[in-house]
Design a protein around this ligand. Structure first.
Ligand code: NGQ
Ligand code: ZN
Length: 450
């Protein structure tokens, strides 16, 4: 049992001053507002709930900053990047995946993320044959989550085709593919793989409309029951064109017509969405999973977040390719994309809150819905907390979030607790040295080989 004292804390009802938070058994046991710090209390500046990272492919961390030179004379694009990524995929062992994922998860915690939605599709051996344990790779992800202490929503991915209309998968995709029976076994085994992780959840993820037929999508929906359902959708212009050529409909419109899209769903990217699709997604209650850094890195486009919020839609954020793991930068870039396309400022700010505060509120609300968890500083909740340091120029509350997101060099993630365990102190994860050492060895070997 320990007690933390914060100058200010972001509680569900808003900012409170001088807040004492007692932690017991990994949960928030008591909250006192307007309280003096007592002897033995640990003192911090600003507390906010841990942020959910709703979309990650942890293994792609190895490629970060290593896919920035065009691979050939053709202009580089998303599909060229994907070829590079498939090349990396071909060489990873389960131990490699565990080492890379542990590094990514450590960095996520240092960034203020306390739960990750791992959109996990690397299931089989390099030649496509099964591991003895169908969840061998899920076990590697679970090991990384355990080592880092991050909470996990595992999203086992169903992948079967290379394009719309059930095109057969290509060689680069053979580590991903399952039929429905095999996938059902994988899903079961995945539940076993995370069973020992406190607070872990297993959802389900049809990879994209490119990788799943309509019949498969229906079957997957019935397997999902109440769990989160995540899908990549409408990320690339070519994907929209291919979907129209196949079905006569745009991807989001097709999905809304053919699946029961509701608050269990997270539509990852949804970049290329028209206004009627946007209104319909907002009305469905599904969350849109925005990954602004990756979407910029891969040249996807800009999601009309302003119009979506105005229509009552909800979004969360994800680090996706993990090219740069920073919650603050995801939120900054999300807002800046809107400013650049609309020629305005403070676009996403709610009427009664600053831009930074609105971004954090939305990322929390959408993130917890998409990952099937809670993240709030309230009695009984899991003690997943982030302390931001101050530099004492007088800002408290929303101003601290604004400067954390937009200014850099000011407030920073200082301390992070997950289920009451202090994992990050002074901005450094307690296992960083071990994890980074192992990552360096794996990276050196793999990068030499590819
Ligand atoms: C993925 N990533 O599954 O890692 C994808 C690339 C695909 C993003 N979409 C592969 N950002 O979509 O086919
Ligand atoms: Zn993705």
């Amino acid at each position: 049992m320990k007690t933390l004292w914060f100058e200010r804390a972001l509680l569900p009802e808003g900012w409170a001053d001088a807040v004492r938070i007692r932690l017991a058994d990994g949960r928030v046991a008591a909250i006192e507002r307007g309280a003096h710090a007592q002897r033995g209390d640990e003192r911090y500046a600003t507390a906010m709930p841990g942020l959910p990272n709703l979309h990650s492919h942890a293994f792609q961390r190895l490629m970060a900053g290593r896919a920035e030179a065009p691979a050939g004379p053709a202009k580089d694009d998303f599909w060229g990047w994907r070829e590079l990524m498939y090349r990396l995929v071909g060489s990873l062992t389960p131990d490699d995946v565990a080492a890379i994922a542990a590094m990514a998860f450590v960095e996520m915690l240092e960034a203020g993320f306390t739960r990750v939605g791992e959109f996990h599709y690397l299931h089989h051996q390099p030649d496509g044959s099964r591991y003895d344990d169908p969840a061998e790779m899920a076990v590697a992800i679970a090991r990384a989550a355990a080592e880092s202490g991050i909470a996990l929503t595992l999203l086992p991915v169903f992948y079967a085709h290379a394009g719309f209309g059930g095109a057969p998968p290509n060689a680069g995709q053979r580590r991903f593919v399952n039929d429905l029976d095999r996938f059902a076994r994988l899903l079961d085994a995945s539940r076993g793989a995370v069973a020992c992780l406190p607070g872990a959840l297993v959802g389900i993820a049809p990879h994209s409309l490119r990788a799943v037929t309509p019949e498969e999508l229906l079957a997957l929906e019935t397997m999902a029951t109440a769990a989160p359902i995540h899908i990549h959708i409408a990320e690339q212009v070519k994907e929209v064109a291919d979907c129209i050529a196949w079905s006569g409909q745009r991807p989001v419109a097709w999905l809304l017509d053919h699946a029961l899209v509701d608050p269990r769903w997270c539509l990852v990217h949804a970049t290329h969405i028209d206004s009627s699709e946007l209104t319909a997604v907002a009305a469905s209650g599904a969350v849109v999973g925005l990954c602004p850094i990756t979407e910029a890195n891969l040249g996807d486009g800009i999601f009309p977040a302003d119009a979506f919020l105005a229509a009552g839609g909800g979004f969360g954020i994800g680090s996706d390719s993990n090219v740069c793991i920073s919650a603050a930068t995801e939120l900054q870039l999300l807002e800046y994309g809107q400013r650049l396309s609309l020629h305005r400022r403070s676009v996403l700010a709610a009427n009664d809150a600053s831009c930074g505060r609105t971004l954090v509120d939305e990322a929390l609300r959408g993130g917890v819905q998409a990952l099937g968890c809670e993240s709030a500083i309230k009695v009984g909740a899991s003690a997943d907390l982030v302390a931001l340091s101050h530099d004492h120029f007088g800002e408290l509350g929303d101003g601290v979030l604004d400067r954390w997101i937009f200014a850099g060099g000011g407030p920073a993630v200082d301390t992070v607790w997950c289920r009451g365990i202090q994992l990050v102190s002074n901005g450094r994860h307690r296992a960083r040295d071990d994890v980074a050492g192992r990552f360096a060895k794996v990276a050196t070997r793999l990068l030499r080989a590819t």
